[in-house]
Design a protein around this ligand. Structure first.
Ligand code: TMP
Length: 220
């Protein structure tokens, strides 16, 4: 566990993204992985999308503000991609170059799931835009926390005091399409995706993640 050389593909830091519908519980898992990395004295940088840079956080406010209700779908795609391009240039690229791990709260798959499957945009077009915005950067591993829409919604409702953002306010059918979209993406790329059953109790999800991801990374 203390040998960073054993972690990740040779000479390259691990870039891990976390995905799932709103309310799936990905922040807790990211926190735990950051703790394990810290315990193993491995540098890691955490980012979130949209956001993670001064410009990206401004874009995030525009995207998630319920008052942005007149935003058209193409603008939505481009704004998410703009925030991502800025984040790669400013934070993700330099961190990977320094050999740090990068833990990303969402990345390209969110655009495929939400704007592709959720909004109905053509996946090939989205792929072209993503490729241009990211320079072709793809996570080494993507952790998909999968759970039903009703459970995720009840978790969102239990979240203290925060109001629903513009995307969270979309209807149940939208979030069901996003969930199915994520599962379809995972089926297409089983080597990159690790799908966890996020309907379990949170500690059980963490244990599953530990066994299926962390132990595999550390070669134990
Ligand atoms: P968050 O609440 O997990 O921070 O994500 C912000 C919201 O933006 C969430 O509802 C998912 C949505 N989203 C997209 O629709 N497309 C994207 O490309 C990304 C990164 C997020």
């Amino acid at each position: 566990m203390n040998d960073p050389g054993r972690l990740g593909p040779s000479g390259r830091a691990k870039f891990v993204s976390f995905e799932g519908i709103d309310g799936c519980g990905k922040s807790t898992l990211m926190e735990r992985l950051a703790d394990w990395l810290r315990g193993a004295s491995i540098a890691c940088v955490r980012v979130r999308e949209p956001g993670g840079t001064a410009i990206g956080e401004k874009v995030r406010r525009i995207l998630l503000d319920p008052a942005s209700s007149e935003m058209v779908g193409r603008a939505e795609v481009l704004l998410y991609s703009a925030s991502r391009a800025q984040l790669i240039e400013e934070v993700i690229g330099p961190a990977l170059e320094k050999g740090a791990w990068v833990l990303a709260d969402r990345f390209i798959d969110a655009t495929f799931a939400y704007q592709g499957f959720g909004r109905g945009f053509d996946l090939e077009h989205l792929q072209m835009i993503q490729h241009w915005a990211t320079g072709g950067l793809v996570p080494d591993k993507t952790i998909l926390l999968d759970c039903g829409v009703d459970l995720a919604t009840s978790r969102l409702c239990a979240r203290d005091g925060s109001t629903r953002d513009r995307i969270e306010r979309e209807d149940r059918e939208f979030h069901s399409r996003v969930r199915e979209g994520y599962l379809a993406l995972a089926r297409k790329d089983p080597a990159r995706f690790l799908v966890l059953d996020a309907s379990m109790d949170l500690e059980a999800v963490v244990e599953d993640f530990y066994n299926r991801f962390w132990l595999a990374q550390t070669g134990k």
